[in-house]
Design a protein around this ligand. Structure first.
Ligand code: NAD
Ligand code: UDP
Length: 319
């Protein structure tokens, strides 16, 4: 039985990864310090013999008894309001956390994967973004704490790969959505869906002409899994190339939710990227992967999830 350590396991992507590795028949060791996660996302796995949970902050020394075949380092605040609220922890989990886990991977001779991001391209001057693009990041801007932590994470991972011969994978994840996102995490999909459910107007930042390309979580997890199982060690974009402006997206959500809310405009946050679309040629060619779930279907499943939350959860704004 393969043994896999997943950090950030109580979060959105981490919890779906736990499910996937359990389905694959692995022994899953889940680790999280709960800073943005929720045990609800993994409590359905607690009764399993091949599932363990460690409440641990990976920026301090990480010890796991026994062998490990894979380590997936997914711990990190991931939404702009989270990393603006906890900037130092964001830098530390990308830098110190990654270093600790690389050390553990070397010790255990485990394959190591990091969750990198489209944010390493910053406000991109190349469109769509290919893996060869170096990016356009403001190091000292408010988003720099996340973007630079992730860029450092890629550098130190490649250093361990080249210097220590560690078997590594770097997935550059583009905006992903689906059930288990936190309703109040500030990201655009939970924000709009929460507003629709509470009968509030939808807040579009700027004039809404900025674009994003949204990938449904099932597709994302499949791409991540295939990359981990491949022998490709350079960074790879995994995302859905179907691009839309935020204003058009708000209109789609109004239609989907059947509400009659208006769109209201708020200032664009500093350094908010104007466009984002993954070039997924490498994933198609090397992994035979491309997204299968269209936005209409994925959004419906996500909205059904948010609708199933209790009134308490729906109105809670603090986290
Ligand atoms: P999330 O906030 O739902 O999950 C992150 C988890 O990491 C949380 O459970 C949190 O408690 C945990 N965590 C944070 N710091 C920790 C620490 N020091 N020690 C232990 N656990 C810690 O976010 P997510 O959307 O699931 O993102 C997961 C990963 O994927 C992140 O690394 C993120 O940067 C990356 N990513 C996500 C997206 C996306 O669209 N969701 C896009 C690009 C990259
Ligand atoms: N956004 C918005 N209204 C909101 C939340 C976000 O218009 O209530 C915009 C945000 O400015 C950005 C886009 O939606 O242009 C995606 O934001 P998100 O935080 O989901 O992800 P990221 O900026 O990290 O891609």
């Amino acid at each position: 039985m393969k043994r896999v350590l997943i950090t950030g396991a109580a979060g959105f992507l981490g919890s779906h990864l736990c499910d996937r590795f359990i389905q694959e028949g692995c022994h899953v060791i889940a680790m999280d310090n709960m800073i943005t996660g929720d045990l609800k996302n993994i409590e359905h796995l607690f009764h399993l013999k091949n599932f363990e949970f460690y409440n641990h902050d990976v920026t301090t020394f990480v010890h796991v008894p026994g062998d490990l075949d894979y380590i997936l380092h997914f711990a990190s605040p991931a939404s702009p309001i989270d990393y603006l609220k906890i900037p130092i922890q964001t830098l530390k989990v990308g830098a110190l956390g990654t270093h600790n886990l690389l050390g553990l991977a070397k010790e255990k001779n485990a394959r190591f994967m990091i969750a990198s991001t489209s944010e390493i391209y910053g406000d991109p001057l190349v469109h769509p973004q290919t893996e060869e693009y170096y990016g356009n990041v403001n190091t000292i801007g408010p988003r720099g704490v996340y973007d630079e932590a992730k860029r450092f994470q890629e550098s130190i991972t490649m250093a361990y790969h080249r210097f220590h011969g560690l078997d590594t994978r770097i997935v550059r994840i583009f905006n992903t959505y689906g059930p288990r996102m936190r309703l109040n995490d500030g990201r655009v999909i939970p924000a709009f869906m929460g507003q629709a459910l509470r009968g509030e107007d939808l807040t579009v930042f700027g004039d809404g002409s900025q674009t994003r390309s949204f990938c449904f979580v099932e597709d994302e997890i499949e791409g991540i899994y295939r990359l981990l199982m491949s022998d490709y060690t350079m960074p790879m974009n995994i995302g859905n190339p179907h691009e839309i402006t935020i204003k058009d997206f708000a209109e789609e959500i109004i239609k989907l939710t059947g509400t009659d809310q208006k769109i209201i405009y708020k200032p664009l946050p500093k350094d908010d990227p104007m466009q984002r679309q993954p070039d997924i040629s490498k994933a198609k060619e090397i992994l035979g992967w491309e997204p299968k779930v269209g936005r209409e279907e994925g959004m419906k499943k996500t909205f059904d999830y948010f609708k199933s939350l209790t009134q308490d959860e729906l109105t809670k704004t603090e986290h």
